[in-house]
Ligand binder design. Structure first.
Ligand code: ARG
Length: 225
């Protein structure tokens, strides 16, 4: 009686930018985080073997287009501009842009209050787009969220606009910072693939659904948030 041959797994390359805790970050030199666990679980469901590649955030979509990676999961907001270039799965997390300020700074209570201020954003992040739309802001662009946060701590900028969860993470771990009570712009994170990779998109979509339905997603939320 012939046992079934173990199904060969397709290897797919996953691009991320591991400077965005708790979604992806380095711990003892290893890439970890909510997104990393999520994609591992999805891959398991879909019989895919994954290899993770860490790169700069603004290099992720170009790497996807040029086939250096097949999938991008990086707390990436599925916005209209990006949807023109790539396909996204259903959203897996709803986030918002928030303003990180120095503790005790009561001068910033809305995004409009950023007018006339020096504001740090990260190159290519949606926070950059949000702040760029406000007139009269003096924008400083950084390559990674941590660099922006350090700059705020040392008083080089008055505020940093960043996604809510990483912002909370940095405020908890660095002294003298707070999140301003301002109405934040909402956005949704999703996993990106090349437009032509319809089959892969479907696999990821089904995997995501299974992981949500079987409680794994809920466990990951508890683990990281
Ligand atoms: N959500 C924001 C965006 O899509 C920031 C994502 C940054 N992610 C990262 N892994 N560095 O632009």
């Amino acid at each position: 009686c012939g046992g079934k041959k173990e199904e060969e797994k397709t290897v797919i390359h996953i691009g991320t930018n591991a400077e965005f805790p708790p979604f992806e970050y380095l711990e003892d030199g290893k890439i970890t985080g909510f997104d990393m666990d999520l994609i591992k679980e999805i891959a398991k469901e879909s019989q895919l073997e994954i290899k993770i590649e860490d790169m700069s955030f603004d290099g992720l979509l170009p790497a996807l287009q040029s086939k250096k990676v097949d999938v991008v999961i990086a707390g990436m907001t599925a916005n209209e501009e990006r949807k023109k270039a790539v396909n996204f799965t259903s959203p897996y997390y709803t986030a918002s842009q928030v303003i990180v300020v120095k503790e005790g700074d009561s001068s910033i209570n809305s995004f409009d209050d950023l007018k006339g201020k020096k504001v740090g954003v990260m190159l290519g992040f949606t926070g950059d787009l949000v702040v760029s739309e406000i007139e009269g802001v003096n924008i400083e662009r950084y390559n990674a969220a941590y660099a922006g946060i350090m700059s705020l701590q040392s008083g080089k900028v008055d505020a940093v606009v960043l996604d809510s969860e990483p912002a909370k993470n940095y405020v908890e771990k660095n002294e003298g910072l707070a999140i301003a009570k301002a109405d934040a712009a909402e956005e949704e994170y999703a996993i990106a693939v090349r437009k032509e990779d319809k089959e892969l998109l479907l696999k990821l979509e089904n995997g995501l659904k299974t992981v949500k339905d079987n409680g794994t997603y809920e466990e990951l939320l508890k683990k990281y948030f």
